[in-house]
Design a protein around this ligand. Sequence first.
Ligand SMILES: [Zn+2]
Length: 129
Amino acid sequence: MGRVFLVDLEGKTYNCKFCKTQLARADQLISKAFHCSSGRAYLFNKVVNIYFGQTEERTLLSETHTVTDIFCRRCGQILGWKYEKSHEESQKYKEGKFVLERVRFIDGEFDSEFYIDTRSSSSDDEDTM
Ligand SMILES: [Zn+2]
């Protein structure tokens, strides 16, 4: 189904656990001290190579936010969510920021090797779709 346009990031990155697509630069990381239903999560200023799901009100750890689910642009796995709006004054700093669940991505320090892997396996994926 055509080519997926993916952004290339430079420097240290965090990558999709399944397809190794680059998701965020390490210097966009705001906090590692987040939690979600699957465990730990990281807060980022900016992530790339994603697409957005539905926006909805969700109560996370007893705080209600308007959030949008985010998914990997290449493999489609859910990655986390974007904070659209917070109802608590103390949580306003999260608005417009992205949360990636820690179990959904990997540290991309060896991203050049991962990239070779990704390209060769992605053609197999397309045949089965
Ligand atoms: Zn992926």
